[in-house]
Design a protein around this ligand. Sequence first.
Ligand SMILES: *Cc1c(COP(=O)(O)O)cnc(C)c1O
Length: 409
Amino acid sequence: MRNLATLNETKTTRFTRLKSTISDYIEKKDKIITGIEDEKRIEAQKKKIIKRLGATEKEWNDYRWQLTHRFCNIDDFADITGVSQKEIERIKEVGKLYRYAISPYYLSLIDPEDLNCPIRKQALPSAEELDPSGELDPMDEEGWTPVPNVTRRYPDRLIIKVTNMCAMYCRFCQRRRLIGETDCHTGWDKIANAIEYVKANKEIRDVLITGGDPFMLSDSMIEKILISLREIKHVEIIRFGTRTPVTLPQRITDDLVNILKKYHPIYVNTHFNSPKEITKESKEACEKLADAGIPLGNQMVLLNGVNNDPYIVRKLNQNLLKIRVKPYYIFHPKAVKGTSHFWARIEEGIEIMESLRGRTSGMAIPTYIVNGPGGLGKTPILPNYLMYIGDNRAVFRNWEGKIFEIPNK
Ligand SMILES: *Cc1c(COP(=O)(O)O)cnc(C)c1O
C-alpha cells in the first residue's frame, strides 16, 4: 500500500494530531447549551407559566392538561416570551394564515432574552412566513395516495396519517396544508380502510404511523390500530413518527408504553432539532420508551438559524446518544410555502456530514437526505470520499483528508 501519509510520525505526534482535530469543537461545545444544562432558567419560565394558568405541578405533568392548555393566542403569553408590541401585531397577522399552538411545556423552553432562540424560531409565527415562495405540497403526497390517509412511495413500506393534530405546530412543517383551522383525528372507518389496504398488499412489511402526531390519539385508539396491524402476518415492523418526546414528553406515560411493548417490534422515530430540546423531561420520556425495548431514532430537519451549524449538530447528536436516541436522518428542508426563512444550502448539510465523520462516534452520524420533488423519494447525500475508481484500484480520501488507495478486484 502506498501513500501512507502518517507512516513516519511518532506515536506522540499522532495522538497530539488526533486531539487537535477536535480542539475547535472542545472549545465551542460548552457554549452550546442543552436543555438539561439550562434547567434553572427553564424552571423559572415554567413557574411563570404555571402561575399564569393557576395550575399545579400535578396538572403540568398531565399531558391532557398540557394539551387543553396549549397557547394559541399571543396576548396570553407575549410577556412570558419577551415578544415586542410590533411582533405581537405580526404574529396575529401571520396566525390568521397559519395556525399556531404551543404546549405550556414547550413554551417554557423559550429563552425570552434570546431573539434567536431556536425554540422560539420553531414555535412562534414570524412575518417571514408571508413570503410566497415554495409550494403547498412539493412532495405531491396527494399523487401517491392509493387510499385516503395512506402515502405509498416505496415498494415494501408506507405511511398512515392518523390525525392532523400536534402538541406544537412547527413553523417549518412539511404538512402545513393539512394543519387547517381545527384538530381532527382520522375517523376509524378511514384508518380501518388504510389497514385493509396493507392487508391486501402482501409486500408491505413496514407500516409507519404518522400524522400530525399519532401520540395525540388516545391510548385505546393507538391500541386498536396496533391490534389490527398485528393481525396481518406480513407486517413485520410498526413505526411511530412522533414529536411528543420533544414537545410534550408528559405524553410518554407508563400506560402508553405498556401498550406499545405488547406489539413489538415497535420503533419510534422522534424529532429533536436543537440541543436545547434535550431536557430532564424529554430524557425521561426517551428512557421510558427505550426501557420498554423500543429503539429510538431521530429525524432532524436542517433549519437555517436553528441547527445549520456543524458544532450544534455534533452536540445535539452526542447528547441524543446519551438519552439512547440514535440519529437516523438529517432532512434537507423542503420547498414548502411559508417556510422559506428556514431553507438552507446543500453545502451546509454536506459540511455538517463532513464535520461528523471521524470526529465523533459513527453512532452519532445520521444519513443526510434530500427529498426528490414530486415524490421521487429520499435520496442520500454524502461528502465525496471516493476520488477515483478504475479497473484495478480505487483512490479515497479519509476523514482527515489523507489520500490512500486499495486494489479493486
Ligand atoms: C419517509 C417515508 C417512509 C420511510 O422511509 P425510510 O427510509 O424507510 O425511513 C416511508 N414512506 C413514505 C411515504 C415516506 O415519506
